[in-house]
Design a protein around this ligand. Sequence first.
Ligand code: FPP
Length: 248
Amino acid sequence: MAIFKQKNNSVVDLSKIELPKHVGIIMDGNGRWAKKRGLPRSAGHSMGAQNFRTIARYCSNIGIKYLTVYAFSTENWKRPMEEVSALMKLFKSYLIEALTDFKDDSIVVKFIGDTTAFNPELQELIERTERESANRDGMVLNIAMNYGGRDELVRATKNIAQQVKDGVLDIDKIDEQLISDNLYTKGQPDPDLIIRPSGEYRTSNFMVWQAAYSELVIMDILWPDFSTNDFDNALEIYSQRNRRFGGI
Ligand code: FPP
């Protein structure tokens, strides 16, 4: 089925585009969005959270198989306490909504990152969300919370080293696949496309290992303003890229 979307004055026909299997989004620009309106940063996060829901459902509707969103990094704890608390409250309310909302779309929700750092109530909600969505058959949505790509690699390294120490793993068996299998995203394809709204040209510790050959699309739009049309435009840009994976 052709899905047509308005793109400025032209149209993006998604049926003519090879869709990425896995899309990563660095949801950036909430603070600037709020500042521009004279609002507290938490208002930007709130709009960003609403947009997260819209874009996640849209991805599922158009046939994206895996979506990973960067919601809270291992470095975000450094933010002022009020901002961190506002984010924790938002996570809680959006996870409660996600339990019902994403059910209609058969979305499987997974969390990547060290979720043991969150308060017990949020941890319980995280576990429940994962448990209740595990048997669905739709898009896999990874929510990266207390996630850092370097931290993920340190954990994988310790895990592998422990197995060698215990004598259950031969050092010669360590290869790229084994490292991938020790990451939070075990069993999932690497992201084909990573979108960063807000115009910053960096990946900020997002999927450090998995992003080795991802196509990066930077868009000068703050996350709360990032629309489904903008998503389509990112898909179109991605479809015009020539992926060579180091070949010619
Ligand atoms: C980065 O923008 C955004 C965050 C650190 C938080 C992102 C979280 C959400 C969008 C809520 C998602 C909710 C769930 C349940 C997944 P920034 O604050 O760094 O913006 P700035 O660069 O303009 O200051």
